[in-house]
Design a protein around this ligand. Structure first.
Ligand code: HDE
Length: 748
């Protein structure tokens, strides 16, 4: 259990990726590159912070902060040069033989510029191509050394720098952020014991149980190979063909057809390590663990009709949201929770913990909060950091170990392997964003683009010429759990893996009525897009094993009868789980009030300017993001003579980009708005997407013009519609949506 960090020198070549800002972030602070001298970071000692969570920065040193400035380039006040550092006199004209003559072969400046340009693309990730990332830190709430010797958990208050990338799975690099899809949630911890990558998703289970099936799954969901369609969508025949023939997919499908697959923001989704991992303490004792990230802002999603429209209005919706929240100092935050359990407990579960299509219900093993993740700095350069970061499930550190989950076992191979193609060779660990902060010492040599300049004549082990260095760490180094395995070599799977439906059912029955209806509608949409009727029918046969009502609802939407259920793959009794309310999105409303919610305030000439100014200031005060929206940009003269600056035109900022809207008083203004179909559409879409609407004074007439009902169909109050009640509006905005208003099909 000895901490190697004190004995090991830190990599002084690792650029100052984090700086003081990462160690002691102040709200709103932007990163200032720091020098070792400025940070005084000479010590590698880490001192616990006994004031976790109250915003007080940790005492002492974090050895992670010595110079990325080595590779940071800032051209201000500099002249233009070639890649060889030669000053360029003219960057506008190629070298020609006569002004109208051919270009000279010797124009090395032109040739260098074009050649570099010709090669500036690298292959996109084969999955998770589309993503966005940010820097931050993980802070441990307590010392967990009784259960793990993993560095991030070695002391209360300890901060470990992280780089986190969120992604969609199926879409290509330039595809929309808001496709119905799983989201990747990949965290790279730069610890003093090496890099640990927790490469997770926002859904705790997976489509398949065995790595052998992954290429088939991905081929099925990606654009169909003959015509390359559709982009970033599972709603096509090949995906559902594969799904309907792979009953193990049932549980995952429930999640992917739920609103989890269309998050409102990366900041409002959970993350999961998915597989069962092991934690090992200094005594070598092993416990099983599942990792959970829970967003402080709560779990919130889009509604489907909205997601479809956002794809047109702002395909970078999630990327922009993450970027803007960090720039504004609203640092996204998650709590890390662990489900820790023993081998004996695992043996008593009704499912196999090596099966990635199963979760461990929180009622069975509670989630223990152990720390927080804060993202407080945007990357400087998308390509250098977000695109070149290489996550790898094989990157684990002492104190953490794999299990025999056959999906995880395949991943251990795949992530390193794929970087060889994507990043062009075996030295990708030297790319600054991937370089560990721990010193790297070994006898691996050469390869494309080698950065390190190894000194000495020794590149082998054992050696005497190098004094035996670098030497093995023995028990202080990484050790695998000595699990006893004595089995026949076989291709196959355990019997418990064959129960495909009990947890799918558990998930479905744990959802609220609104969520259940969204799941049914998502199946209806996707299967409507499927052209082959036999596939639709087979899917209904699969759903019939999950829930009869669900199957009936989907069948009705497709104009089909529910067929005989698919035969079960096991004769063993199927567990019947009690509902698990924590599986509902609505179980985690979050603690951030209206912070970061975007509110459109309609203005036009004659609007009540005083009211607008006050509403605006109040929302800003609460951390919301109000915008003055009108038919066109420019100045608007309000009723009291003040002028207001329009910030967004209706054309450029449609309803789907806002979480709520306000129509202030001012008869003339409302008249003008009512003549604009964009404004009418805006109100109707806010209504349809269950967003809170506040109307003041004459503003109410816009509701009438938009033919928006003021009460629910049963005559009761609409919980998201406020006539003159600004406080009620704010509460509804904090609650996100008024689903009570929703009907299928939509009335508005
Ligand atoms: Fe991945 N996955 N995956 N995956 N995955 C990749 O690695 C793979 C799986 C996940 O932001 C690739 O660097 C196999 C589960 C994330 O850069 C590739 C199998 C989970 C990311 C790969 C799985 C994930 C990837 C593509 C089944 C959730 C993006 C580019 C055996 C726990 C990381 C790359 C980033 C990326 C393989 C299944 C999450 C090809 C073979 C389960 C978040 O290596």
């Amino acid at each position: 259990g000895q901490d190697l960090s004190a004995a090991m020198p830190f990599n002084t070549n690792k650029a100052d990726e984090y700086g003081d800002a990462a160690r002691t972030p102040e709200p709103g602070a932007t990163h200032q590159p720091s020098t070792p001298a400025a940070t005084g970071s000479t010590s590698s000692e880490i001192i616990a912070n006994d004031k976790v969570g109250d915003g007080v920065p940790p005492i002492g040193e974090n050895p992670t902060v010595d110079p990325l400035d080595r590779v940071r380039v800032d051209a201000s006040d500099r002249h233009l040069t070639t890649n060889q550092g030669v000053p360029i006199a003219d960057n506008q004209h190629s070298l020609k033989v006569g002004l109208r003559g051919p270009t000279a072969m010797e124009d090395f400046i032109l040739r260098e510029k074009l050649t570099h340009f010709d090669h500036e693309r690298i292959p996109e990730r084969v999955v998770h191509a589309r993503g966005s990332a940010a820097h931050g830190f993980f802070e441990a709430y307590e010392d967990l050394s009784d259960i793990t010797r993993a560095a991030p958990f070695s002391a209360k208050g300890k901060r470990t720098p992280v780089f986190v990338r969120f992604s969609t799975v199926a879409g290509e690099r330039g595809s929309t952020d808001v496709a119905r899809d799983v989201r990747g949630f990949a965290v790279k911890f730069y610890t003093e014991q090496g890099n640990w990558d927790l490469v997770g998703n926002n859904i705790p289970v997976f489509f398949i149980q065995d790595a052998m099936k992954f290429p088939d799954l991905v081929h099925a969901v990606k654009p169909e190979p003959h015509h390359g369609m559709p982009q970033a969508a599972s709603a096509h025949d090949t995906f559902w063909d594969f799904a309907s023939l792979s009953p193990e997919i049932a549980h995952m499908l429930m999640w992917v057809m739920s609103d989890r697959a269309i998050p409102r923001s990366y900041r409002t989704m959970q993350g999961f390590g998915v597989h069962t991992f092991r934690l090992l303490n200094a005594q070598g004792e092993s416990r099983f663990v599942k990792f959970h990230w829970t967003p402080v802002a709560g779990t919130h999603s889009l509604v489907w009709d909205e997601a479809v429209k956002i794809s047109g209005a702002d395909p970078d919706f999630h990327r922009r949201d993450l970027w803007e929240a960090i720039e504004a100092g609203n640092f996204p935050e998650w709590e890390l929770g662990l489900q820790v359990f023993t081998e004996e407990q695992a043996n008593a579960f009704e499912f196999d913990i090596l099966d990635a299509t199963k979760l461990v219900p929180e009622e069975l093993v509670p989630v223990r909060p152990v720390g927080r993740l804060v993202l407080d700095r945007n990357p400087d350069n998308f390509f250098a950091e977000t695109e070149q970061v290489a996550f790898c499930t094989a990157h684990i550190i002492p104190g953490i170990d794999f299990t025999n989950d056959p999906l995880l076992q395949g991943r251990i191979h795949s992530y390193l392997d794929t970087q060889l193609t994507r990043l062009g060779g075996p030295n990708f660990h030297e790319i600054p964003i991937n370089a560990p902060i721990a010193q790297v010492q070994n006898n691996q040599r050469d390869g494309m683009h080698r950065q390190a300049i190894h000194r000495g004549r020794v590149s082998y082990e054992p050696n005497s010429l190098g004094g035996g260095c670098p030497f093995q760490s023995g028990r202080m180094g990484f050790t695998s759990f000595p699990e006893r395995v004595a089995e026949d070599k076989v291709r196959g799977k355990p019997e418990l893996f064959a129960d495909h439906y009990s947890q799918a059912r558990l998930f479905y029955k744990s959802q609220t009525e609104v969520e259940q209806s969204h799941i049914a509608n998502a199946f209806r949409f996707e299967l409507t897009r499927v052209q082959t009727v036999a596939i639709r029918v087979r899917m209904l046969a699969l759903l019939a094993n999950v829930d009869a009502d669900l199957a009936a609802k989907v069948a009705e939407g497709l104009g089909l009868e529910v067929p005989e259920p698919l035969p079960l793959a096991t004769d063993a009794p199927i567990p019947d789980y009690p509902a698990s309310p924590s599986l509902s999105l609505l179980a985690r409303p979050g603690e951030t009030g209206v912070r970061t919610r975007r509110v459109a305030i309609f203005v036009a000439p004659g609007v009540d300017g005083k009211q607008v100014t006050k509403l605006y200031a109040d929302l800003v005060q609460d951390g919301a993001v109000p915008r003055l929206v009108s038919t066109m940009l420019g100045k608007v003269k309000s009723a009291n003579g003040d002028t207001l600056d329009v910030e967004v035109s209706l054309e450029a900022g449609p309803s789907v980009l806002y979480d709520g809207m306000i129509v202030p008083d001012g008869a003339k203004a409302v008249e003008a708005l009512a003549r604009n179909a964009h404004a009418i559409d805006f109100v109707r879409e806010q209504y349809r997407h269950c967003k809170p609407i506040l109307v003041l004074g004459a503003g109410e007439t816009l509701l009438d013009r938009a033919m928006v009902p003021k009460t629910l169909p049963d005559g009761s109050d609409d919980p998201g519609l406020f006539i003159g009640d600004a406080d009620g509006f704010k509460q509804a905005l904090a609650a996100h949506r008024a689903f009570a208003r929703e009907t299928d099909p939509p009335m508005v």
